[in-house]
Design a protein around this ligand. Structure first.
Ligand code: SF4
Length: 85
């Protein structure tokens, strides 16, 4: 079950795709409640010191609650949200 916050993040991404490429692109891009790496602008390297290992959505050893696929602890994406200290 997605929280309201996660649902909004995935929905906003889907809406952006729908506006750019149509509903079919949206449906194929957002599967299983997760966003694709491409749409998340995922990269395998940190961004200005921010990385997946410090993100609230990261799940050990290499997963993410909102981005699909294998996620590196040293990766980063546009949805990064620093874990509370
Ligand atoms: S930065 Fe956070 S939301 Fe983005 S892929 Fe890494 S763990 Fe997931």
């Amino acid at each position: 079950m997605l929280s309201r916050r996660k649902f909004l993040k995935v929905s906003v991404t889907g809406a952006a795709i729908a506006g750019a490429g149509g509903l079919s692109a949206c449906v194929s891009a957002v599967r299983g409640g997760k966003t694709s790496k491409v749409l998340a602008l995922y990269q395998d390297t940190p961004n200005r010191g921010r990385r997946c290992a410090g993100c609230t959505y990261f799940r050990q050893p290499n997963g993410c609650e909102i981005v699909a696929g294998e996620i590196s602890p040293n990766g980063w994406c546009r949805f990064h949200e620093a874990r509370a200290a």
